[in-house]
Design a protein around this ligand. Structure first.
Ligand SMILES: C[S@@+](CC[C@H](N)C(=O)[O-])C[C@H]1O[C@@H](n2cnc3c(N)ncnc32)[C@H](O)[C@@H]1O
Length: 254
């Protein structure tokens, strides 16, 4: 997969893209990153990428010409047609399902906004606007890094064990089960015995139920679309009912 990023702060990507898993993914050839300075597509001596909003108002707006030129030039740099993503707090909220959709593309081109965002006409050359959450950042660079990180780790050959992505939070439509490592006993806190049993079937069953328990307690909204058996749904309902009755107990008279 190839990922192009267009930003007025291209230098901020260097340490992130070169380190740890992203750097290794690049070395392995699983992904190729290209970061472009938007200012190369300006045509004035100050290399201006923003201007005042028509109609007045606070802040500046990113001009359309450099962004149109950037998308055209970057698209032409490779025969694969990129899926163009605009980072934007008004966009589709990023979740693991969207990460999987983006990871399946052969090429992404991510545009990083700044100031008050981009001229509305830029939306015509964008395939999808993506938000990383309901809050406003100063620019699209951090959202672009989030997208790149999440998408890269799903590329074949990047994770040491592909099943680690399959079992992770959100991949089953559930949060991940609790994890433990050595020592088995730490200051009187014991690792659940089943994990030490060597019985893989029982371990898998325990993990599945604990994933359901955790999801029921922390993110019950996820249960609706999770693929659960009737027994598992009943288990989730019991977990929630037990938690609610524990909460009621101290003040049960009122
Ligand atoms: C200050 S924000 C602009 C916000 C815009 N005025 C609005 O109200 O929607 C500047 C840029 O940061 C990026 N950005 C800020 N918050 C974001 C978020 N939650 N998700 C994705 N991108 C975001 C976008 O690229 C945006 O164009």
């Amino acid at each position: 997969m190839r990922i192009d990023i267009v930003s007025i702060f291209p230098d901020v990507f260097e340490p992130v893209l070169a380190s740890s898993m992203l750097g290794i993914a690049q070395q392995k050839g699983a992904v190729e990153f290209r970061v472009h300075d938007l200012r190369q597509w300006t045509d004035d001596k100050h290399r201006t990428t923003d201007d005042y909003p028509f109609g007045g108002g606070h802040g500046m707006v990113m001009k359309p010409e450099p962004l149109f030129r950037a998308v055209r030039a970057v698209t032409e740099a490779d025969p694969r047609v990129p899926f163009v993503v605009l980072t934007c707090p008004q966009g589709r909220r990023l979740d693991q399902r969207l990460v999987e959709e983006l990871a399946a593309k052969e090429r992404l081109l991510i545009l990083c906004g700044r100031y008050e965002g981009v001229d509305e006409r830029v939306r015509e050359i964008v395939d999808l606007e993506v938000s990383i959450g309901d809050y406003v950042l100063t620019g699209g660079e951090l959202p672009a890094m989030v997208i790149v990180d999440a998408v890269t780790r799903l590329q074949p050959g990047v994770l040491a064990s592909p099943s680690s992505a399959e079992e992770e939070s959100f991949s089953w439509g559930l949060l991940e089960y609790p994890q433990y490592t050595r020592p088995a006993s730490f200051e009187g806190r014991e690792v659940p015995a089943v994990l030490l049993s060597g019985d893989h079937k029982k371990i898998a069953q325990w993990r599945r139920l604990e994933a359901i328990r955790r999801t029921a307690l922390r993110r019950p909204d996820l249960l609706e679309s999770a693929d659960l058996t009737e027994d598992e749904r009943a288990f989730a309902a019991r977990v929630i009912a037990e938690r609610d009755s524990e909460r009621k107990e101290p003040g049960s008279d009122g």
